[in-house]
Ligand binder design. Structure first.
Ligand SMILES: Cc1cc2nc3c(=O)[nH]c(=O)nc-3n(C[C@H](O)[C@H](O)[C@H](O)COP(=O)(O)OP(=O)(O)OC[C@H]3O[C@@H](n4cnc5c(N)ncnc54)[C@H](O)[C@@H]3O)c2cc1C
Length: 479
């Protein structure tokens, strides 16, 4: 009899796990249980009047291979589009004015001296302090540091606050003084260790890339990719493929608890409904998995519950081009925490991805909410819309009435890899040794981006297959 594997959570991690399991026809029976009314979790695309509006993520990093590889397997790689190469400036807000990000950032570290000398983002003392990175000794002990501590130690606090913080912590909507550099951007401490300093290390990487003719992804020079019809295309293709493979896909199934039986696991659903499985993959947020595991594995549940999450929202606004005077000549801007805005960033979507708005129209997206400031935000639709409009008016001078306004609220959506996260992951792995039939996937652990979530799903699938004694799926496709 085929082993039964249940996956809880139909976001990209859970669906990717199911996809990996479906490569073992006849060996396993796979069921995916999703609490909500649709598949994709944080991936949510609306197609409206010729606009492609992303409620959650809007693109993925091409350099991490798992998303591109999945698109190839699903036959939709030809749909992938890069960002607009003709207007690729990104700006940072400082004292209410937009400054272009200095050219030559490599792994977010400046490597072009002329553009650093010219930038209005930093004072001369701050620029001099950055240059001290060349002479400061590398730290020998491998002690964990926050993003803020680490970058300030190397490049100075001013450079951290004005330049690096808005780029780095924006990814997590986090607080850089809490986020662990080892858990979020481990390659930066590696650069320091290997080259004695960050700028020296980044220069080395840049030269090596130039020598090797590096492109971020085969066939594309774009750092970021996304399907033409929005990221939901990946979810739609995955769901179609899973249905054809005989995977049982069930919406509206909110798992409440997991128990052990003599032969495996029982997943408890509302109204006494139950699903039995030999192995279980939880691809749900940490705090949700914690609730399910409270009785079965209280120590593991406590670790999962302790991963904190930040709520965020995106507000997409569409205008006629003739309503907007601003040139919108780039991908948008990021807003340092020190500027005191409720918004974290504004993407000029129709410049960054021209295919997402019909001709003669403009699509903008304001990203709201960051760690430590959630209490100051009105989370209702009207309040968020007002904040987004205020941001556009203050920074871009846009006061026109939008033709379309869409607000998406993501409660407790962004896991924070705060100080202590690497040690917590080790403890979680330790607890999982006592529960070999259980696997965890998703953005709570080793990467918040879509490619990492896909990878986590594949790894969880391999663990579940090993447990039920089924043959491993063919090795992951790499690009
Ligand atoms: C606004 C925003 C912008 C982002 N931008 C980007 C970006 O541009 N690029 C990028 O790579 N990443 C981005 N991210 C991050 C990325 O989208 C997420 O990390 C990723 O999609 C999470 O996938 P997941 O499968 O781990 O979790 P989720 O998508 O959260 O899926 C978990 C699923 O579990 C379900 N569930 C919850 N409880 C239960 C239960 N009891 N029983 C059954 N099911 C349950 C949920 O309904 C959900 O569908 C962004 C995230 C947000 C919120």
């Amino acid at each position: 009899m085929a082993a039964r594997i249940a996956i809880v959570g139909g976001g990209i991690a859970g669906l990717a796990a199911a996809h990996a399991l479906a490569r073992t026809p006849g060996q396993v029976e796979v069921t995916v249980l999703e609490a909500g009314p649709r598949w994709g979790g944080k991936i949510l695309t609306e197609r409206l009047d010729g606009f492609v509006i992303e409620g959650g993520p809007d693109t993925f990093l091409a350099a991490k291979p798992w998303a591109v590889a999945l698109c190839k397997e699903l036959g939709i790689a030809n749909q992938l589009q890069g960002t607009n190469p003709d207007k690729n400036a990104t700006y940072i807000l400082k004292n209410g004015r937009l400054h272009p990000i200095p050219g030559g950032l490599t792994m977010m570290i400046p490597t072009e001296f002329v553009s650093m000398l010219r930038t209005g983002l930093l004072t001369w003392p701050a620029k001099l302090r950055m240059a001290a990175d060349f002479v400061l000794p590398a730290r020998a002990n491998g002690r964990e540091e926050s993003m803020g501590q680490f970058v300030s130690r190397r490049l100075g606090r001013a450079a951290y606050e004005a330049l690096i913080e808005p780029l780095m912590s924006g990814i997590y909507a986090g607080d850089g003084d809490q986020l662990s550099i080892q858990a979020t951007l481990p390659y930066l401490p590696d650069l320091e260790r290997a080259h004695g300093g960050l700028i020296r290390g980044a220069l080395h990487v840049r030269q090596a890339r130039q020598k090797n003719g590096h492109t971020p992804s085969p066939g594309s020079r774009s750092l970021f990719l996304t399907p033409a019809g929005g990221l939901a295309e990946i979810v739609e293709a995955l769901v179609g493929q899973l249905q054809r493979s005989g995977v049982r896909l069930q919406l509206g199934m909110a798992v409440q608890a997991i128990h052990r039986t003599a032969d495996g696991f029982v997943l408890q659903l509302p109204d006494g409904a139950r699903v039995e499985a030999d192995a279980v993959i939880l691809a749900t947020p940490g705090y949700v998995s914690a609730q399910m595991l409270a009785d079965l594995a209280p120590d593991l549940a406590a670790e999962l519950e302790a991963i904190s999450y930040v709520s965020t929202a995106t507000v997409s606004l569409a205008f006629r081009a003739d309503q907007i005077e601003h040139p919108l000549d780039g991908y948008g801007y990021v807003i340092p925490r020190t500027e005191g805005h409720a918004a974290l960033a504004c993407t000029w979507t129709s410049t960054k991805f021209p295919h997402r708005a019909p001709a003669g129209h403009v699509l903008l997206r304001v990203f709201i909410g960051r760690a430590g400031q959630e209490g100051d935000i009105p989370w209702d639709e009207a309040g968020l819309l007002a904040l987004a409009k205020q941001e556009l008016a203050e920074t871009l001078g846009i006061t026109a009435v939008p033709e379309i306004a869409r607000v998406f609220v993501w409660e407790r959506a962004m896991p924070q890899y705060n100080l202590g996260h690497p040690a917590r992951l080790e403890r979680i792995d330790g607890h999982l040794e006592d529960l070999p039939g259980l696997a965890l996937a998703g953005n709570a652990f080793r990467g918040i981006g879509i490619p990492d979530c896909i990878h986590s799903g594949h790894q969880a699938a391999a663990r579940a297959l090993a447990f039920v004694g089924a043959e491993h799926p063919e090795p992951e496709t790499t690009v």
